[in-house]
Design a binder for this molecule. Structure first.
Ligand SMILES: O=C(O)c1cc(=O)[nH]c(=O)n1[C@@H]1O[C@H](COP(=O)(O)O)[C@@H](O)[C@H]1O
Length: 276
């Protein structure tokens, strides 16, 4: 999916919500454990209940890999299900990969060839040659960790060099040269609030993947205030707050209610910014 199509979907659905499919076998409704594939059954119901309210899904690989082969199968089935039933959804494999070139090549192959997923999150720490193999796929997206949502973002990302440039700023400035705005997005945590202004000074046009609203307490209003651009430029992820809204048979309907609340706020913010 290209940038124009993504923006068209945002306008049509009046939403820039990404639902995070972080399905933890210990947190999903426990009655699902009697199913043959509880994680896929859970995901399928969440997807069916939210697909008209969001433009993207982000399964985080940790939740699947932790279950071994069964988890990987549930991941593949989830991706296939989205692609076959909701082809307008942008799929993000949240894998935070990145390694020496020949290894990254294989990571890229698994997500972009084997699974044909739209995008993958990548850690930039190992530099250009660790990210480049992902960029060899012209219609796919690489989502580079820029300024993360967690407390530990302060350990390294805010350290400054002799010119006063912070590490996250250097990451954005340097890595945006590795490919065009049609292939690279950046992760910026919703918890970083006003710092979106600093991010936008360096990458005014890029799409940003923004986790950290909901369970981590980031403010959607602030993200929009400081981070939106003329093509919206934001995919705001919420995982736990949406997918764990209920524990009984009606869990998917409760997830939908949560997603609807976020989508309604997004609609009014898009209207306020004259984008719809
Ligand atoms: O790359 C990410 O998606 C990510 C980056 C970041 O800085 N912070 C962050 O929370 N995430 C992911 O976004 C999701 C957030 O989940 P919730 O806090 O439950 O909404 C998880 O899958 C995290 O791994």
């Amino acid at each position: 999916m290209n940038r124009k199509e993504l923006f068209e979907n945002i306008k049509r659905k009046k939403s820039f919500l990404c639902v995070g499919l972080d399905a933890d076998v210990k947190k999903i409704p426990q009655y699902l454990l009697k199913e043959k594939d509880p994680i896929f059954t859970f995901n399928k119901q969440i997807i069916d209940a939210t697909a008209d309210l969001c433009v993207a899904y982000k399964p985080n690989l940790a939740f699947y890999e932790s279950l071994g082969i069964d988890g990987w199968k549930a991941f593949e089935k989830t991706v296939k299900y989205i692609k076959e039933n909701y082809s307008d959804q942008f799929i993000i494999a949240d894998a935070k990969r990145g390694d020496i070139g020949n290894t990254s090549e294989l990571y890229a192959r698994s997500f972009f060839e084997h699974l044909d997923i739209d995008s993958v999150t990548v850690a930039p720490y190992m530099g250009e040659d660790s990210v480049k193999p992902f960029l060899l796929y012209p219609n796919k997206w690489v989502i580079v960790l820029g300024l993360t949502s967690n407390k530990g973002s302060h350990d390294f990302q805010f350290t400054t060099d002799s010119n006063g440039e912070r590490l996250f700023e250097k990451v954005l400035r340097v890595s945006k040269e590795w490919a065009s705005e049609d292939q690279i997005m950046f992760v910026v945590g919703a918890t970083q609030g006003k710092l979106f202004e600093d991010v936008r000074r360096i990458v005014p046009n890029h799409f940003l993947l923004v986790p950290g609203v909901g369970a981590q307490g980031g403010s959607l209003r602030e993200v929009v205030e400081y981070g939106i651009n003329s093509q919206c430029g934001l995919l705001v992820n919420s995982s736990r707050q949406i997918i764990y809204a209920g524990q009984d048979e009606n869990f998917a309907a409760l997830s939908r209610e949560q997603a609807l609340k976020v989508q309604e706020e997004m609609k009014s913010l898009l209207e306020m910014k004259n984008l719809i």
